[in-house]
Design a protein around this ligand. Structure first.
Ligand SMILES: NC(=O)c1ccc[n+]([C@@H]2O[C@H](COP(=O)([O-])OP(=O)(O)OC[C@H]3O[C@@H](n4cnc5c(N)ncnc54)[C@H](O)[C@@H]3O)[C@@H](O)[C@H]2O)c1
Length: 325
């Protein structure tokens, strides 16, 4: 029988990208889903899309919730239990996330803390709120989304990613620490940590929106200069050219990625189904994971990483563990 059929899943950040695709694919697999997003309209739209694609008996509900606010997470929990007439949940995907707060030195403190609050405290509050309900399921899975930035704390030369990396390392550490904790204290629940590489989504634009900025076409020059560090502002470019560049960079991030959001969701669901606790998404994630583990002290020596990558192909992936009985 399909692993997800007849179950109830929770997906945070379901209004876009991987979250939306997870909701749609779960519904197709016969799983009821409660999804939330800080953007109310997008969560509602996902629920309608997924409900239309799911078989009879599946219920998909959309909820408004900012996962960085514990009171909202608890309200989301109570709302979904009432709407699904359930006293437990079976799978929780803590997927909501944003970028921002790139530099601890120069970024605004509020931007750093917003990103950390969403990407770390959001995962923590959801674990607090939903663990008792996963235990009540008798066969629960907590799936926390980290990133390659959960084991490699940079985006490359001159591109720090401080708040995001700090949060994603925390998500990875917390999830790994839960393995033995759950084995010892709540063996009816297992945990998985998802580490995607570059996936084609609107995360760049959504992270700007989370910061309260208007769409690039409507941004003032002051907002543009505040967003883009002076050293990254293309030489001689006008504000209008930079506005166009922002639109293009989001489109390129989404459309030129090696893995689509739908493909990523399939990889994540296959990983959960197989019983894996460590789900790397994309060849870039697998290569980076191998490079960093092969020689940790070279992780931030980009020239050495490049030489290692060129000199040796990563080993074949380890076989997936057999599904839990
Ligand atoms: N896209 C990538 O390349 C990539 C790589 C590694 C990890 N990730 C992680 O994958 C997850 C999904 O990202 P995505 O690329 O699908 O992005 P996305 O922007 O397409 O989707 C994220 C969703 O989360 C929502 N969200 C943001 N802040 C929220 C909050 N405080 N409360 C509730 N919802 C909130 C957004 O509105 C959006 O709908 C994130 O945790 C992200 O950090 C993405």
């Amino acid at each position: 029988m399909n692993f997800f059929a007849g179950k109830l899943a929770v997906v945070t950040g379901g209004g876009s990208g991987m979250g939306r695709e997870l909701v749609i694919q779960l519904a197709v697999a016969g799983c009821s889903v409660a999804t939330c997003d800080v953007n109310a309209a997008s969560a509602a739209e996902t629920a309608v899309l997924a409900q239309a694609g799911g078989p009879g008996g599946v219920l998909v509900t959309g909820h408004t919730c900012d996962v960085s606010d514990e009171a909202q997470v608890l309200r989301f929990r109570d709302e979904l239990l009432a709407q699904h007439a359930s006293e437990h949940v079976d799978v929780v995907f803590s997927n909501a996330g944003i970028g921002g707060g790139e530099s601890f030195v120069t970024s605004r403190r509020e931007d750093w803390e917003r990103t950390f609050a969403t990407d770390w405290w959001g995962v923590y509050y959801c674990a607090r709120a939903f663990l008792p309900l996963l235990i009540a399921s008798g066969d629960g899975v907590l799936v926390n989304t980290s990133s390659v930035n959960g084991f490699w704390a940079t985006l490359g030369p001159g591109i720090p990613n401080n708040a995001y990396c700090a949060a994603k390392f925390a998500v990875k550490g917390f999830s790994e620490a839960l393995i033995e904790d759950l084995r010892t204290h709540a063996p009816q629940v297992r945990v998985a940590v998802v580490m995607p590489g570059h996936i084609g989504t609107d995360i760049v634009a959504n992270s700007r929106r989370a910061r309260g900025l208007p769409e690039p076409e409507l941004m003032t020059e002051t907002e543009l200069r505040d967003l883009i560090p002076a050293r990254m502002w293309p030489e001689g470019a006008s504000a209008d050219q930079v506005r166009q560049l922002l639109v293009r960079s989001n489109a390129d991030f989404r459309d030129k990625a090696p893995v689509t959001a739908a493909q990523a969701a399939t990889i994540i669901l296959d990983g959960v189904r197989s019983g894996a606790w460590r789900i790397l998404v994309g060849e870039d994630a697998k290569t980076l994971d191998w490079l960093v583990r092969a020689k940790p002290e070279a992780a931030y020596d980009y020239a050495e990483l490049g030489r290692m990558g060129a000199a040796q192909a990563p080993p074949a992936p380890e076989p997936e563990p057999a599904p839990e009985p």
